[in-house]
Write a protein that binds this ligand. Sequence first.
Ligand code: SF4
Length: 339
Amino acid sequence: MKKCRVFSGMRATGLLHLGHLAGALTNWVKLQEDHDCYYSIVDWHALMSNYADSAETGKFCKDVLLDWLSVGLDPEKSCIFIQSHVPQHAELFLALSMIAPLGWLYRNPTYKEQIENLQNKDLSTFAFLGYPVLMAADILLYRAEKVPVGEDQSAHMELSREIVRRFNHFFGGGKEILPEPQTLLTPTPKVPGTDGRKMSKSYGNSLYISESPESMWNKLRVMITDPAREKRTDKGDPDKCPVWDIHKVFNKDMGQRAEIDKGCRTAGIGCVDCKKMLNAHIASMMEPIHERRARYEKDPNTLDDILANGAKRAERTATETMSDIYPAMGLISRADRVV
Ligand code: SF4
């Protein structure tokens, strides 16, 4: 039976953290069991906001790849590749940009938000405005039926669907050249960083997937807690504590969680005890992940092979799609285009 096709990507911005693990990767690993998954390290997308500081983009791609493989993405099950290795992403981006109205792009709420939030970067570029058009191209190139994304990406997904409808309207002649992708909304559990804000590399508050057990504990040890618990004897409220938010995601021992909840409210346990318990859960979850990472790290050739095979497989599918798009748009498709 034909498996449902899934596409998703992550920007190449360096090491991934526990927020990525809980918010996306755990779901991706499950999806690869019964879906036809295409997972792309989207380096063009990374350049759209980091073009002024691009020297490490290649290294960041490798960081992401190692993190993906270590958490269990399997190149035998999923097509894993770097976006720029499949030139059809740029080609379809150009084709879709013919019909993407500027008004839609300027109205995109994520665009406005990013321009306001990232004031240290000059994002007034053609490419950054066109970010959702490239995202649409990424998805449509593989005719993906489902796209697992968090709530923050749903506006982009809606824009992708509108672009497909407009493309089919202009070039389909009543036929559907490209299918409308569906959003597979992934619940994104709250994983705060060590300072209580959203976990993000740019805040310097991240707990990384590749973090050594010692480094993980050193960060957790000083992580902020409920500010009411200044002294060991002060009673606290777990609902005001970012450490508790992380317990709720990674501590599956409900009995222990109930004890912590009570102990915190009655000052029966101290924050260090509570953090030690969390650290133990994270450490046991990370053990197989770090073992897998160490195996891949020893063999850089395997990493290159995975990327080369992924790109080849992705390019075959991408070529088939482009072979339909050229004639639909009134262009002559290259006769020797290899499928
Ligand atoms: S005991 Fe745990 S949940 Fe309560 S404030 Fe301390 S770290 Fe947070």
